[in-house]
Design a protein around this ligand. Structure first.
Ligand code: 9MR
Length: 357
């Protein structure tokens, strides 16, 4: 009895250890890279435990913030590339696929970009010149090093119409086509993507599909659709995720899951009771931990089923400690915990990848 108990415990430890030792990048099917969005402490090397984990587990990186408009061009006549250069070099040194995120977005873009003379909004020509200058400079700098760019981010509203972003208001709907044109001119070899969230919602997805079809009709280069995949435990459903990848791939483009995480916290209004807003402040109950593991197993099951369509899966952050989803609360959305130990969700993903048919 005792002996078999020891054997069982020993076997359990062995399985756990085996999982610890395994690298996701070695288990992915051919043609599908696995990546993570990294932050400054990681690409600068100060967070050395994270650097080791990233280097071991992943073959692709995305920049969580450092390549956005504001950090790379804080003023009209000033570009700042110190941090961005380090990010790119981090990936180049490790032979990783380096992604650029993001050239044209309504957020993290200095107010000066949209301002004209006399405090009026900038006119179309001014905005197009600024957009072209930014794209030429940033994409041109990393030509041959950055594999693919999120050219435009989050341009479609929930109802499928064009988001009234300052770019759209100032230039018109063709600002997106212009951005793709400028990006292709700056690096003809780089892959170009359109990136957005909530693509499992039919109206929004229809708007995105219409947009990419319009870009293709204009004979512009576009290689892929980035589905951000900021998901929850129960939503979207596996059926919705499945249907979405099929429809997106129906455009003839590659599909990438570009910002994957599973939010475990409720959507509560500001000032909500902490026990409701921050239910796992003292740790995640085992039951939820197991639900998270099953959820990750299920979504990786869909990715594998559609391996003909899906070329990349990128987590939006390395460990629970790094996630943007904390924002003053305790969230647990990723595969590694705050001590950078693999969670049951990591083991579940490993099992799905190992057992793929
Ligand atoms: O994770 C990023 C966070 O650190 C920034 O504060 C935030 C600013 O808007 O952007 C986050 O990343 C976003 C990404 O660039 C685009 N899709 C949504 C991501 C999460 O907000």
């Amino acid at each position: 009895m005792m002996k078999s108990l020891i054997a069982i415990v020993g076997f359990g430890l062995l399985v756990a250890a085996a999982h610890q030792d395994v690298a996701l990048k070695d288990l992915m099917p051919k043609g599908m890279v696995i990546g993570v969005a990294i932050n400054q402490r990681q690409f600068e090397g100060t967070d050395s435990a994270a650097v080791d984990l990233i280097t071991k587990q992943f073959n692709q990186i995305s920049p969580e913030n450092v390549l956005k408009f504001q950090p790379t061009q804080p003023a009209a006549d000033r570009y700042t590339f110190d941090a961005a250069d380090k990010y790119v070099q981090f990936g180049v040194d490790r032979h990783m696929q380096v992604v650029g995120h993001t050239l044209v977005w309504h957020s993290q873009t200095g107010a000066w970009v949209f301002e004209g003379a006399d405090g009026k909004p900038a006119d179309r020509d001014t905005l197009l010149l600024r957009m072209r200058d930014h794209i030429r400079t940033v994409v041109g700098r990393y030509k041959g090093k950055i594999h693919g760019w999120d050219v435009v981010n989050e341009a479609i509203d929930e109802d499928g119409s064009m988001r009234k972003s300052p770019w759209q208001v100032g230039i018109g709907d063709d600002y997106i086509a212009k951005a793709f044109e400028f990006a292709h001119d700056a690096d003809p070899d780089a892959e170009l993507y359109y990136n957005d969230f909530n693509l499992e919602k039919p109206a929004k997805r229809a708007g995105v599909i219409k947009l990419v079809q319009d870009l293709k009709a204009r004979k512009l280069r576009i290689d892929g659709i980035g589905n951000q995949a900021h998901w929850r435990l129960d939503t979207p459903t596996i059926d919705e995720i499945d249907r979405t990848v099929v429809e997106l791939h129906g455009t003839g483009l590659k599909v990438m899951y570009t910002e994957l995480d599973i939010n475990l916290l409720p959507n509560t209004p500001r000032g909500a009771d902490p026990s409701v807003a921050n239910p796992y402040a003292n740790g995640l109950p085992d039951e939820i931990q197991q639900q998270l593991a099953r959820r990750y197993a299920d979504v990786f099951g869909v990715f594998l089923k559609h391996r003909d369509a899906v070329t990349r899966v990128t987590f939006w952050g390395l460990s629970d400690a790094d996630s943007w989803l904390n924002r003053g609360r305790m969230n647990f959305p990723l595969l590694w915990d705050r001590q950078r130990q693999p969670k049951p969700a990591f083991n579940a993903v490993v099992d799905v990848l190992r057992n793929r048919k």
